[in-house]
Design a protein. Structure first.
Length: 316
């Protein structure tokens, strides 16, 4: 039934999906509750405290959800609507004949980026089974139409990542998803300690891989998406916390290019079950080697989101 609904939605024009999604997103934002409070607080933490900004961000979250059926089920048509001014970044990296770790934060359409890259060369990503069993057929169909190689978010999946990188191939991950116990470090993210996954830095260091941040900016009036690529400078720090802080700073710079499209409602500052308590701002800054942040604090627990590119941080 849900797959049938997704197929129907995928037939709608992208401008309609974006417009309806933005309207629904703003409507949901009007309802008082944790979602609205978290969105406003996280956006304000990054310096976007205006109420109009929060409403726009809620609208973009709605557009992100309603564009998924089209991206997942009409792959060729979706890719035809992608443009990029940063192709030279990928071309230069591939010319070095090394593995590449693509980091895709919860920014814009983070599903289109992997599909766009997979048209050029093999790309391996991790997935977790959806919490809703009804979503399983949809996710299976989406993976089968993407051209992306999907591996489970397990130790075996991490081994597949290592194997791909050592063969000079590419892997993709969500770098701003809260990891599990022992899988991350507390480092600043927009000036506040966030429990940050360390696996991308470990993989890149062990395999001598290149790290590139990427995001799919949603274009106005449903015209499609613009893919951004930002290569992380090398050499990477040897300390895991310093690497994680470096990636967070690079993410911040990318998010500020089109901040309304970041998923501010995601519980980025949560303390995962079993993780150590967050340090104060000064301790987190010292661990990450960054400038002093303007604010800091703990975060209430909340359910961790899990997407098709999510991955736990395990030593291969």
């Amino acid at each position: 039934m849900l797959l049938f609904l997704f197929r129907l939605l995928s037939r709608l024009p992208l401008p309609v999906l974006h417009a309806v999604g933005r309207a629904l997103g703003r409507l949901v934002y009007l309802l008082p509750g944790r979602y609205r409070d978290r969105l406003r607080a996280h956006a304000a933490q990054a310096g976007y405290g205006d109420a109009a900004f929060a409403r726009r961000a809620a609208g973009e979250a709605g557009a992100m959800l309603l564009e998924l059926p089209r991206v997942w089920l009409r792959n060729r048509d979706s890719l035809a609507r992608v443009v990029s001014d940063d192709e030279h970044v990928v071309q230069a990296a591939r010319a070095e004949d090394r593995g590449i770790v693509y980091l895709t934060p919860h920014l814009g359409c983070f599903e289109i980026t992997a599909r766009y890259l997979a048209r050029l060369a093999p790309l391996t990503v991790m997935f977790r089974p959806p919490r809703m069993a009804a979503l399983a057929p949809v996710m299976d169909t989406a993976r089968n139409t993407s051209g992306v190689i999907a591996v489970p978010a397990t130790t075996q999946g991490v081994r597949e990542f290592v194997r791909a990188l050592r063969q000079g191939q590419a892997v993709g991950m969500l770098p701003d998803q809260a990891p599990g116990e022992g899988d991350g470090v507390w480092v600043p993210f927009f000036g506040r300690p966030a429990y940050t996954v360390t696996l991308p830095g470990k993989l890149a260091s062990q395999a001598g891989a290149i790290v590139i941040l990427t995001a799919g900016e949603r274009l106005p009036r449903g015209r499609g998406w613009r893919i951004h690529y930002v290569r992380v400078p090398e050499p990477l720090p040897g300390d895991p916390a310093a690497r994680a802080a470096m990636f967070n700073r690079a993410m911040e710079e990318l998010i500020r290019r089109f901040p309304e499209q970041y998923l501010w409602s995601y519980n980025r500052y949560k303390r995962p079950r079993g993780a150590p308590p967050p340090p104060d701002a000064a301790q987190a800054t010292q661990a990450g080697g960054a400038d002093a942040p303007p604010d800091a604090g703990g975060s209430p627990d909340g359910p961790a989101d899990a997407g098709p590119q999510a991955a736990p941080d395990r030593q291969p």
